[in-house]
Design a binder for this molecule. Structure first.
Ligand SMILES: [Zn+2]
Length: 443
């Protein structure tokens, strides 16, 4: 009895439910059609700026939204070439379009990229992008470069590049910008810029005037390895590039090593204040933190500041050393620090320590523009003067700073007084020559 009733109910119910479902389906179909006709959002294609400049090999990444179909073609000299035809029904789709103009038989010059996207039944958009096809790489010639640079030292190269927007030397991930020289230069008479990194070998060819020349200073940082290669690179905005290896070999230079005993008085008077403390429960690890972490932070800041260099030569002739000073520590000393007989930390001293008398006046080594004057961690009160084209000089542990960022200074002009701020045991000047932010040994 119970079973019968339920079967009957189900039969009756099925008919009604079927009807309801049919109605719902019709309503849904009408809704969808109305939506597709009138309410569906417009199709949207982003990333089309990637078509503006096309070099030899391009990957243009596009994002499509609400697409039913997408068609992309390129129009040049009365000829249309299809780049993409796609039908889709997803809400979002990403396309990575590889375009090689030569394979597509396109010529250098102007073209128009036409993007047509559809959504729903009637909705469509059309974009036209003015495009420039440039598959000609810049030309690049290494006119002069040293045959060898020692680690911790620097080099200077003269390059010639045509149709380039960015010229630089690269060592691993490090990029050293080259700067265009304003006028034509005569290779026969052109002297080295007033920075004798390396004497030039005599040119065999006769006098020739060349334009489109670039100067580049580059360091061989202390951690460079034997076999590392300096590459000169010329790039244009389209992304075409020409790479030449410099003939410059890196010579790994041995360094002087020294051991330094860190006493409690140094910990209490120098290290503790740097950590904003008065009592340090673990002197050894506190020293390590300052010597390693703080040192890295200061060096990162110097590299950052180096990016502000002016593109023209601001220096004038030779660089000066602190007056009446004695060199106390030289470039590249490898220092190992001991606390109560235990090796606690090590670092490489990049720069020169010059001692004169306490609060001795410090003059700018050459003319330039002050680019930093502040307390710089282990360097203490520091002034950095930009001499242009990636060359800067650094003055540290100052007791007094007498210049401000942006200020122009002449060679020898007073910029501060020596002191012992930062990680310094006594009054002295830490003086460094920076090439793109790396302290180098040569002057
Ligand atoms: Zn020093």
């Amino acid at each position: 009895m119970t079973i019968d009733t339920s079967v009957t109910k189900n039969r009756n119910g099925f008919g009604k439910i079927g009807l309801v479902l049919l109605l719902l389906a019709i309503i849904l179909a009408i809704t969808v059609s109305v939506y597709m006709l009138f309410f569906i959002p417009d199709p949207l294609v982003t990333g089309t700026d990637g078509f503006k400049i096309l070099s030899t090999d391009n990957t243009v990444t596009l994002k499509g939204e609400n697409l039913k179909s997408l068609e992309i073609s390129i129009y040049q000299e009365g000829k249309i070439t299809d780049l993409l035809k796609d039908s889709t029904h997803v809400k979002e789709k990403t396309y990575a379009l590889q375009i090689k103009p030569k394979d597509l038989k396109l010529s250098n010059g102007r073209a128009i990229v036409i993007v047509k996207a559809k959504a729903g039944i009637f909705k469509k958009v059309r974009y036209e992008i003015e495009s420039v096809i440039d598959t000609v790489p810049p030309s690049l010639e290494v006119i002069r470069a040293p045959s060898i640079v020692n680690t911790g030292s620097g080099g200077f190269a003269l390059l010639r590049a045509k149709d380039a927007d960015f010229v630089y030397v690269k060592l691993g991930e490090r990029v050293f910008t080259a700067f265009k020289v304003g006028s034509e230069i005569d290779l026969e008479t052109e002297p080295a810029p007033g920075y004798g990194v390396e004497p030039y070998s005599a040119e065999s060819n006769s006098s020739r005037k060349v334009a489109n020349t670039y100067y580049v200073f580059f360091p061989a940082p202390f951690d460079s390895k034997d076999g590392d290669v300096f590459y000169a690179i010329a790039e244009d905005t389209a992304g075409n590039r020409k790479i030449n290896a410099l003939p410059t070999r890196i010579n790994i230079k041995g360094s002087k090593t020294s051991s330094i005993e860190i006493g409690d008085s140094f910990i209490n008077t120098v290290v503790a204040p740097m950590l904003n403390e008065m009592n340090l429960p673990d002197p050894a690890s506190s020293f390590k933190k300052v010597n390693e972490e703080f040192r890295q932070q200061s060096q990162d800041k110097i590299i950052e500041v180096a990016g502000n260099t002016k593109s023209e030569i601001l220096w004038d002739g030779r660089f000066l050393q602190l007056k009446n000073s004695k060199v106390m520590a030289t470039y590249g000393d490898e220092r190992t620090y001991f606390y109560q007989g235990e090796n606690i930390s090590s670092s490489v001293h990049l720069g020169y320590d010059l001692a004169s008398y306490a609060n001795a006046p410090v003059g700018a080594a050459n003319s330039g523009i002050v680019t930093l004057s502040e307390d710089l961690g282990i360097y203490g009160n520091t002034v950095i003067v930009d001499h242009g084209m990636g060359l800067m000089s650094l003055y540290s542990h100052l007791s007094t700073i007498l210049v401000e960022p942006g200020q122009e200074v002449n060679k020898g002009q007073l910029i501060g007084k020596t002191g012992s701020t930062g990680l310094a045991g006594g009054d002295h000047l830490h003086f460094g020559i920076l090439i793109h932010g790396y302290e180098v040994s040569t002057l």
